[in-house]
Write a protein that binds this ligand. Structure first.
Ligand code: ZN
Length: 161
């Protein structure tokens, strides 16, 4: 079976940056399982896997525009101290959570200022070229329920209460 919209792909992956530093990997852990063709992985990787079969191994380079997007300078801004709960001890590099216009968002504290903190709402991998080393281990047809939900159920997938 080939990876196509409506199939469930299971794969191992290692994600590295331009310097070869490993950012994330499924090696030594459970492989990643996702519903192909539904935007559950970055577009550049999904396109590269289209039509591939179990056993396929490759190295895929994904430009920022096809990955987590370019860095949006407007998403880096200063927030006053009053916007943070008083019990929070802010530190550079810390992730904080806020309610965005389209649901919860994660921000990174860039640095502290005298009056608050500079926050970055860009994805941590925005602006980065992604280097994937992938191995497809299994491909199956998605169930009707998975297709209607737009994600995978069961091992490696979504669990509903
Ligand atoms: Zn579901």
């Amino acid at each position: 079976m080939k990876a196509a919209s409506g199939t469930v792909v299971t794969m191992h992956y290692t994600l590295s940056d331009d310097h070869g530093a490993v950012l994330d990997s499924s090696r030594g852990a459970e492989p990643l399982t996702y519903l192909h063709g539904h935007g559950n992985i970055v577009p550049g990787l999904e396109q590269a896997l289209e039509g591939k079969q179990a056993g396929h191994k490759s190295q895929v380079t994904v430009a920022p525009a096809d990955g987590y997007g370019e860095i949006n300078p407007q998403a880096i801004f200063e927030a006053p101290k009053a916007h943070f709960p008083p019990e929070v001890n802010l530190a550079a590099g810390q992730r904080v959570y806020a309610e965005g216009p389209n649901g919860p968002i994660t921000l990174t504290v860039v640095r502290l200022t005298d009056t608050g903190a500079v926050l970055d709402a860009n994805h941590p991998l925005a602006g980065k070229t992604l280097h994937f080393d992938i191995e497809i281990t299994e491909i199956r047809q998605a169930t009707e329920e998975e297709l209607s939900h737009g994600h995978v159920h069961g091992a490696g997938g979504h669990h509903h209460d």
